[in-house]
Design a protein around this ligand. Structure first.
Ligand code: PRX
Length: 645
């Protein structure tokens, strides 16, 4: 990394930006020296409150307990809609671009208000009350945002499940947070193909007896099963409810949503976010990190099923009265030029996507990019996984024509919003580095013993003090919250990521240091994948690791030991790969499956994943010490039978 390139902030960009370098330094310093003063001021500037707070912050990372804006009241839906109506009721809130390039529409703030009020009354009519959990399993259509905002309006807690998850995954999530109402669509459409959302929901609900209502949005009109006593069409029930719905007054610490994410052990956990701190941080990061200027069209390509979609398609932009683009399709349909065509069509100014998409498009060459203008673009962003410098450079030079700064934003489902990222008018960038902390964020590096590392260093990335959008608990399991995030290094939030800090204080995220994979920017726990594999009667044991993958960042490499007497066959391999996809979803497609007569274990029976990772990555010259293995011969056998990647 000695040849680090630095891209200075374009002076013209800095001149117009919300935050320049001096402002960044001053504001950052204040946010650390006087957090109460800093956040109190920001909270007044960005959010409309029904009732002010008694105390800005109360916290203890040992319990752990985190409370922002205690005593204050607000409503997230009011902040995202109602308060804009006087000044921008007729302006576009959501630009929707369909999977089919011939389909698009603009929804104004007035229309958004009508739709969300109506949806809120639909939920009320079906018995949803403040504090109830509602599962949303939707394609990328405006109704997904309406559903989220309707929950927020009436004080219900939404739990959005990504539309690519399987029936089994939906069931687990519904049961874990005891959702009684599910919102879905008949089908989704992606890349010209239908996704059977209602059918998946029906299957999931076979195991969820307490769900009494499924609100179905008609997207395609495709054939679906109908359960008369349970299912209602949104358009039919909406015709029977009032047009207006007053927002509930919510406490700042009332839950806003649950979002499930994979950890290194067990089933995905319900990350719980609350209202005041989350919304403030969403709005503020959206404004400062994307340097959002009034009237611009901002596009985040994530799915609303992920935290990126929650914070940077829905809550952040709408709280700021912005114009947010929602895209139903995929980057390569009808062809690899689609992203850039959409940028031209809607005059997109800010474009935010994942490295995996950039790498996939890079493979198609410059042609599909260069046949579009992209002259409206002024800022590019990336999120989800480390971006390799080659992809960064391509994004900068080919997509941005060397004109647009890139914000590489490091954050997590748990953090609610951006944590380490350049502010584009303030911070010079280096390809592959997420650069410096956002206001109020106190990152640090520790070694494996928890000792703080100073200056240039590489270690485990922790955050030493709270920020407003941090998760408050694991839904229904506060003990797990403490164990997962605050026990490895007591008194600090542990991210699960490794990072390096360079001589300029810039952070370079090196990836997960726990047993979590990042496949195409999607988090998957190795434990989940392994549990799915061992469901099969033929499987005695399984171990899953990640390995470097050109497009996906990480691929899934599974070692499978069969029950004695069962022969490994290609048919069985296919069956196992299918089993995992059915259990979790298509994102959990195993790339390489290797039969393992046995797994390398220590004498105490612990699987030595380090060795499995090395074999999967083809780093067989650096296997390290294998002398502590119970049976070192196992490694030779695995090496001899390495699967092809
Ligand atoms: O490993 C980091 C990686 O994605 C993880 C968080 O995943 P998730 O909760 O699904 O949220 C993704 C969207 C915020 C992190 O622990 N990650 C995310 N952004 C970056 C990143 N790694 C490097 N650079 C990033 N910009």
């Amino acid at each position: 990394m000695s040849e680090e390139k630095v891209y200075p902030v374009p002076p013209a960009f800095a001149a117009k930006a919300h935050i320049n370098e001096t402002q960044y330094r001053d504001m950052y310093q204040r946010s650390i020296d006087d957090p109460d003063g800093f956040w109190g001021q920001q909270a007044e500037a960005f959010i409309s409150w029904y009732k002010p707070w008694d105390k800005v912050l109360d916290w203890d990372f040992n319990e752990p307990r985190i409370e922002w804006f205690g005593g204050a009241e607000l409503n997230a839906s009011y902040n995202c809609i109602d308060r804009h109506l006087d000044t921008r009721g007729d302006q576009t809130a959501i630009v929707w671009e369909g999977d089919d390039p011939a389909q698009d529409k603009c929804i104004t703030y007035n229309e958004l208000h009508r739709e969300v009020c109506s949806f809120s009354n639909v939920l009320k009519k079906r018995g949803v009350r403040k504090g109830d959990r509602v599962c949303i399993y939707m394609p990328m259509i405006p109704e997904a945002a309406y559903a989220m905002l309707a929950c927020a309006r009436i004080g219900a807690v939404h739990s959005v499940v990504f539309g690519g998850f399987s029936a089994e995954s939906i069931k687990d999530r519904i049961l874990d947070s005891d959702c009684r109402v599910v919102i879905t669509a008949d089908e989704g459409v992606r890349g010209g193909k239908a996704v059977a959302l209602k059918a998946h929901t029906d299957k999931a609900l076979e195991g969820c007896p307490d769900v009494h209502t499924v609100v179905v949005v008609r997207r395609t009109g495709g054939h679906i099963q109908w359960h008369e006593e349970r299912d209602v069409w949104l358009h039919e029930i909406a015709a029977t409810v009032d047009a207006n719905c007053e927002p509930e007054h919510m406490s700042a610490e009332d839950p806003l949503f649950i979002l499930y994410t994979s950890g290194s052990t067990g089933k995905p956990k319900g990350v719980l976010h609350t209202t005041g701190g989350y919304l403030l941080y969403a709005a503020m990061t959206h404004q400062y990190v994307f340097d959002y200027q009034d009237g611009e069209t901002y596009w985040c390509t994530a799915d609303v099923g992920w935290i990126t979609g929650h914070t940077y398609i829905v809550y952040g932009p709408l709280a700021n009265g912005a114009k947010t683009l929602m895209f139903e399709g995929i980057p390569t349909w009808p062809d690899a030029s689609r992203f850039w065509q959409v940028c031209d069509k809607h005059q997109v100014t800010t474009f935010y996507t994942a490295p995996t998409a950039i790498r996939a498009l890079m493979r198609e060459g410059e042609g599909p990019v260069k046949k579009t203008s992209r002259s409206s673009l002024r800022l590019l962003g990336t999120v989800g996984e480390p971006i390799n410098p080659e992809a960064w450079e391509w994004y900068y030079h080919v997509v941005g024509d060397g004109r647009c700064p890139i914000v590489d934003t490091w954050w997590q489902t748990e953090t609610g919003g951006h944590m380490i990222t350049p502010l584009p008018g303030a911070i010079a960038t280096k390809p592959g580095s997420a650069t410096v902390p956002f206001f109020g964020v106190a990152p640090a590096l520790v070694d494996n013993e928890g000792k703080l590392l100073e200056g240039e260093a590489e270690g485990n990335l922790v955050i030493t003090r709270p920020w407003p959008a941090m998760m408050r608990t694991v839904y229904g399991d506060h003990k797990r919250f403490k164990e997962t995030y605050f026990s490895t290094y007591p008194g600090m939030y542990f991210s699960g990521d490794g990072a390096r800090r360079d001589k300029d204080g810039y952070y370079w995220i090196t990836g997960r240091v726990d047993d979590v994979l990042n496949v195409s920017g999607h988090r998957l726990g190795t434990a989940e994948l392994e549990s799915a594999l061992v469901l099969h009667d033929a499987v005695a044991e399984a171990a899953v690791v990640g390995y470097p993958h050109d497009i996906k960042g990480q691929g899934i490499y599974a070692y499978v030991t069969l029950v004695k007497g069962i022969e490994p066959t290609d048919a069985l391999k296919t069956e196992l790969i299918k089993l995992v996809r059915n259990e979790i979803g298509p994102i959990a497609t195993i790339d390489v499956l290797q039969w393992a007569p046995a797994l390398p274990k220590t004498r105490s029976g612990k699987i030595m994943r380090r060795i499995l990772r090395k074999i999967a990555a083809n780093e067989i010259d650096s296997l390290g010490d294998t002398s502590t293995l119970a049976d070192p011969g196992v490694v030779d056998e695995l090496l001899a039978n390495r699967a092809h990647q």
